[in-house]
Ligand binder design. Structure first.
Ligand code: UD1
Length: 380
């Protein structure tokens, strides 16, 4: 029997963490031949290469170098470059993860080429359409044939939007597959010694959402909040390139905050695992702290990951300085919380995805027959 050719597309940092266990699982299945395409949305050694090394992701089969200074240009360029890449692979299905621009662009390209599409981490909704990721999630889900959800809200949202139930597969959280697999390895990281930190005696901050870092006054307020919290315990702040450039442009400095470059996956996992408190606007970190049992304050007005609040250690605190400081001091006084892991955050989400793909072999073969051979010449 011919192997199922599954093309997996990644582009930005959170994609690498989610695709690592999926690639590993697909490669272990004798009936599946996975192919990895990297769009190049994130390209620097700290934002990309270090994740491939830390997570043992095979080098991409195809690496693109996308350009574009606005989101629209970036998405358009990813589509322009992904089309010939997908055509050269002649796959049975495309798999995309998460909500970044590469996810949306690859999804739209695959569907335009008639390829069945799977979306991992489907159905998450912040109900805030000013977030670029919310638009990416909605459009990608609309286009997908296989919607793999990570928490119960995913299916609820999709069903409400009219997605047929048979397309929805509750598989659990692939990011947690990676975390559980990497925790022991991360324990060997010496990042705490390098930064002069004692376990449980520091906070970790990350900020990169346009809504938090692009507006100068808002960013200045948040940095002052970190400075205030830093009077009580050290705050480590790995700087995303977007955030670094905004902080440098304003000439912001802090005595109590340790600014460091973006960290590799294992170092960052170790840093969170031994931390006393995390302050973030990231999506994935809300999930990771839930499993690590570390209190997480999310500096946003909404979250697309409600299970981390219902069942985890996450708390939405918005961006008003006094609210963040009060919540941070309360969390520090209260200490660590143990949380029950959400359903199916058990390290086996990628195995369930691979099972579902294998079980769809007949449907994928029928889709290939209906598609016919890929066009020999580009359409004009
Ligand atoms: C992207 C994702 C966001 C995700 C984040 C994780 C979208 C809409 N956003 O945001 O959901 O949480 O990644 O990091 O896709 N840059 C570098 N080096 C790199 C990559 C980027 O210097 O390796 C610079 C770019 O030149 C750009 C800025 O960082 O100026 C932002 O990069 P971009 O990919 O547009 O979006 P992110 O803010 O990283």
């Amino acid at each position: 029997m011919q192997k199922l050719k599954i093309v997996c597309v990644v582009g930005a940092r959170p994609n690498f963490v989610k695709m690592a266990p999926i690639m590993s699982e697909l490669r272990s299945r004798p009936n599946i031949a996975p192919v990895l395409i990297h769009t190049g949305q994130h390209y620097s050694p700290e934002m990309s290469d270090s994740f491939f090394q830390d997570l043992d992701i095979p080098a991409p089969d195809l690496s693109l170098k996308v350009l574009g200074s606005t989101h629209t240009q970036q998405i358009a360029d990813i589509m322009r470059q992904t089309e010939p890449a997908l055509a050269s692979v002649d796959a049975d299905m495309a798999v995309v993860v998460g909500d970044v621009n590469s996810t949306l662009a690859a999804a739209l390209t695959a569907v335009k080429m008639g390829l069945p599409l799977a979306h991992v981490e489907a159905g998450l909704r912040s109900f805030d359409r000013t977030m670029p990721e919310e638009i990416n999630r909605i459009v990608t889900d609309t286009l997908s044939d296989y919607l793999f959800t990570s928490e119960p809200s995913g299916a609820r949202n999709l069903l409400r939007e009219g997605v047929p139930e048979h397309k929805i597969f509750f598989v659990g959280n692939v990011m947690i597959d990676t975390l559980l697999k990497s925790r022991t390895k991360a324990a060997a990281s010496n990042v705490l010694q390098q930064l002069g930190l004692e376990p449980r005696n520091y906070a970790v901050a990350t900020l990169h959402r346009p809504s938090n870092v692009d507006e100068p006054a808002g960013l200045r307020n948040l940095v002052q909040v970190l400075e205030k919290i830093g009077e009580r315990l050290k705050v480590v702040f790995p700087l995303h390139p977007r955030t670094r450039s905004r902080i440098e442009a304003q000439g912001l400095t802090c005595a109590n905050v340790i600014f460091v470059p973006p960290l590799g996956y294992l170092d960052f996992l170790r840093l969170m695992d031994e931390g006393r408190l995390v302050l973030t606007d990231s999506g994935g970190i809300q999930e990771e702290t839930t499993i690590l049992g570390v209190p997480c304050l999310t500096l946003r007005e909404n979250t697309e990951r409600p299970i981390t609040i219902e069942q985890g250690t996450n708390r939405l605190v918005g961006v008003q300085p006094e609210n963040i400081i009060r919540a941070a001091f309360e969390a520090l006084d209260r200490g660590l919380r143990s949380a029950e892991p959400p359903p199916l955050w058990d390290g086996h989400a990628s195995a369930r995805i691979a099972d579902a793909i294998e079980a769809s072999a007949d449907a994928l073969a029928a889709a290939r027959a209906a598609r016919g051979a890929p066009p020999a010449t580009p359409r004009r």
